[in-house]
Design a protein around this ligand. Sequence first.
Ligand code: OSB
Ligand code: MG
Length: 383
Amino acid sequence: MSGDPTSFALARIVLREISLALVEPFRISSGVTSQRRILLVEVIDGGGLSGWGECVAGEEPTYSPETIDTAWLAIRRWIAPRILGMAWDHPRQVWPLLQPGFRGHRMAKAAVEMACWDLAARRAGRPLAELLGGERKEVATGISIGIQSSVGELVERAQAAVDAGYRKVKMKIEPGNDFEFLRAVRAALGSEAALMADANSAYTLDDSDHLAAFDQFDLLMIEQPLGRQDLLRHAQLQRRLATPLCLDESITSVQRAADMIELDAGRVVNIKPGRVGGFTPSLEIHRLCRAASVPVWCGGMLESGVGRGHNVSLASLPGFTLPGDLSPSSRYWRRDIVEQEWTMDAEGLVAVRWDRAGCGGDIDPRRLAETTVRTETLRCNTG
Ligand code: OSB
Ligand code: MG
């Protein structure tokens, strides 16, 4: 079966919800998370070989309209029927199956599409990074630090991150918890440290003067200061700032990335494959950003070791020139659900798993069993 180049079809899709406690609560401007509910997708071919995907939809519709519960429904009701039993020979053929007459639900679509890429890599006995066109042996890692209750606590965490080797420090900000926090962290880390802020849409254009004052902190970028749908005002704000804007929530498709570039609404893209609907659109965004000399980096959504494997594989592509939100397993979990936890070395590098087939995040069956709270198996109903 392994290495079979001919077309094949999925026989089953197994959905699982796992419950995983974060090592510490993660607070951003739109809400706090301490217990993750994660939807894992296992796609299984006729020979019994599995590929794995992780849905990045949150517990609540704060970051995106999707949640784990809407994703579960979308996969059961609309995605699985389009995919099960359909023959394909390359995973790039999966994304087009999920588009006609089927709006939104990108995170749900991505979880299945990315599982199909993992399955294709495993069938071919090749690393997912190779299938995606990756090159790097390791990827540079940044930390994303949630909003803290005091400046002192934030400075302590930021300093510890730099000491641990992280190549970039991203701090979450919101009105009232921004200027003094930025000033203190910049002073503590020194002028050379790669520092950035992520607002998760907490500001409006009325805050332009306030945000322009952040230029003095020489940030690498400010991520998503304004509304999720709002390229126009990001472009207006970018004209007022020396600091590059990076868009996250706003980039939901290849076209949105093209529009960002055209409008100069941002100068950096945070690519989260789950947010844009999978690897196929991610590769296209990577391609067009590279052609326009727009740097990209791989964002994170507090993933388990499965989603991390997908992100690390993607970040091995050449256009990912900035450190990603790809922290090691221990930053998030007391114990990850993969056999070999993701680790970071003292230089802030995470190794891409070129030594094995698939995404590099092989499930630990025992950990899976003890964290699973819900399971559903979907089969081809014409079969
Ligand atoms: O805006 O990048 C974001 C987590 C949840 C929702 C949104 C975001 C984040 C992060 C986490 O910043 C980054 C990580 O996974 O380390
Ligand atoms: Mg963000």
